[in-house]
Design a protein around this ligand. Structure first.
Ligand code: 48F
Length: 249
């Protein structure tokens, strides 16, 4: 009975997410924030995460000290997610573990479906643009097994895969030019926190018809610097991508 309940309920969730309004690749801070804000607008959201755990690079804070720094612009997001913080020297400090837990809980409470251990390995392409993700078990990818993937249709897709900008790389390689100056991925620059925190919000946009990029992937695609364990830009970027997509839904 236990096995039947697990398989049946997991398959029901997966079936219900085979056609969604928005599919997100990656459950770091930007992907989780995007999922929450999109789902609470009554849109269906499926978020696919390669790893067993959600949260991406947020758990480890800075060099595994479990603290993150957030600037004032993003404090309203910490408050909306009920993440505690302290103020010091004009900056705000939160616990990285609490942050991941609460971002995840709010995304789920808003109705987003999170699928862990599933990797996005390709996109679906139609005349109108990107129309969904091609997904497979991460274990298949890790074992190098020759197993065909499945497809998830969506009106909009989001690359929230962090530094590697994996979905954008796939689109550049297989589909066509991206909406960057060179038409290609410009590549992430070296650390410059003050600059990159605002650039990550500017870089959050549609990168190919129906494909948006958020979080560190946005800076990687547009050639902007990395920023280290300051996370306000990631949160603001996730919120911005949600607003851009909600406008079109
Ligand atoms: O890297 P990650 O946390 O992305 P983010 O939301 O945040 C970046 C910060 O954590 C940090 C930073 C802050 O200053 O620079 O790095 O931009 O999370 C990305 C998630 O995407 C998953 C990956 O396992 C991670 O959890 N991921 C990557 N590629 C795929 C994927 C894929 N092809 N399919 C599914 N998940």
């Amino acid at each position: 009975m236990i096995s039947r309940l697990i398989v049946k309920n997991a398959v029901d969730d997966f079936l219900a997410s085979l056609e969604v309004d928005v599919a997100i690749a990656g459950s770091g801070p930007s992907g989780l924030v995007a999922a929450k804000y999109i789902a609470e607008n009554n849109a269906s959201v499926a978020l696919f995460e390669r790893k067993l755990s959600v949260g991406g690079g947020m758990w480890g804070g800075g060099m595994m000290f479990p603290k993150i720094v957030v600037q004032e612009d993003a404090i309203s997001i910490l408050e909306e997610f009920r993440i505690d913080y302290t103020e010091e020297e004009g900056m705000f400090v939160a616990n990285s573990i609490e942050s991941v837990a609460k971002l995840t809980a709010k995304a789920i409470d808003s109705g987003a479906k999170i699928f862990n251990c599933i990797s996005v390995e390709d996109v679906i392409i139609r005349e109108s643009g990107i129309s969904g993700f091609v997904v497979n078990w991460s274990s298949v990818e890790l074992a190098g097994l020759h197993v065909d993937p499945l497809a998830v249709r969506s009106r909009f897709c989001v690359d929230a895969t962090g530094h590697p900008a994996e979905v954008c790389h796939i689109v550049q390689r297989k589909v066509g030019k991206l909406q960057t100056t060179s038409g290609e991925i410009e590549g992430e620059g070296s650390m410059w926190a003050e600059k990159s925190e605002s650039l990550v919000v500017d870089n959050t946009r549609e990168i190919y018809p129906n494909l948006y990029v958020t979080g560190m992937a946005a800076n990687a695609v547009f050639g902007s610097p990395r920023m280290g364990p300051i996370f306000g830009g990631m949160l603001l970027s996730g919120k911005k991508v949600a607003e851009l997509i909600i406008d079109r839904l």
